[in-house]
Write a protein that binds this ligand. Structure first.
Ligand SMILES: *Cc1c(COP(=O)(O)O)cnc(C)c1O
Length: 232
């Protein structure tokens, strides 16, 4: 097994350095350790190194892992980062800390209904297809202002910001431009929304989290750089 604890600490340190380069305090960025496909011992090692925010793509896996660690004294925050089907929302509604991937009004409506059933409010981000890639999920940039207004008006849903994915293997200058475009979009639409609606930017993965932090990310989603290459 690779040294997950050392890798986690290295990512955290590189994030802090990137934040400092941008004149930001290190605690303005949260490291979400993307634990999809990882075993319980692997996740435990990351937790022992300090991980408290865990990102999962698949609902069933997220539910199982939440159960697995629920009995322990440590409070973990489970982030839903993958494409979310409406008929799966009810399974994560009881415990999900943040949904990163709202990309339609209908999905947001369902999240609100399920949160209300549990008597709470679900924090969410809107996923933006910032590079306009055919293969990627996420709302088209031009549809985001209207989607944001819709979500901001929903009871039991708390709009917090945007999430963006970048093309795999793109050169640094392209990644940087996409991250800054995401930040600018959040700033622009945030002017017409209640305060706090666009404060969070989930952007940056193993290939580009340092650039993302320099460009304003408040959450980075890092898997491979912590746990090693995924098998599947
Ligand atoms: C898998 C995944 C990540 C992590 O990617 P790595 O390259 O392993 O860091 C981040 N965000 C989303 C949405 C993912 O699906």
């Amino acid at each position: 097994m690779p040294d997950i604890a050392a890798a986690y600490q290295e990512v955290a340190q590189r994030m802090a350095l990137a934040a400092a380069r941008a004149g930001r305090a290190p605690d303005t960025v949260t490291l979400v350790a993307v634990s999809k496909t990882r075993s319980a011992p692997e996740i435990r090692e990351a937790i022992e190194a300090g991980a408290r925010d865990l990102g999962e793509n698949y609902v069933q896996e997220m539910v199982d892992k939440h159960e697995l660690f629920a009995g322990e004294a440590i409070d973990l925050r489970w982030h839903a980062i993958g494409h979310l089907q409406r008929n799966k929302v009810r399974f994560i509604a009881p415990f999900c800390a943040l949904v990163h991937s709202v990309d339609s009004p209908r999905l947001a409506d369902e999240i609100g209904v399920r949160a209300a059933a549990h008597g709470h409010t679900q924090p969410v981000l809107l996923e933006v297809n910032i590079a306009a890639e055919d293969s990627k999920t996420g709302a088209a940039v031009e549809s985001v202002p209207e989607l944001a207004q819709h979500v901001a008006d929903l009871p039991n849903v708390e709009l917090r910001g945007l999430m963006a994915m970048t093309p795999y293997g793109a050169p640094d200058h392209v990644l940087r431009r996409l991250f800054s475009a995401t930040r600018e979009l959040a700033e622009r639409i945030g002017r017409d929304l209640p305060p706090g609606s666009m404060d969070q930017l989930s952007m940056g993965m193993s290939q580009d989290y340092e650039i993302a932090v320099e460009e304003g990310a408040t959450l980075v989603r890092v898997g491979t750089a912590i746990f090693g290459a995924r098998q599947s």
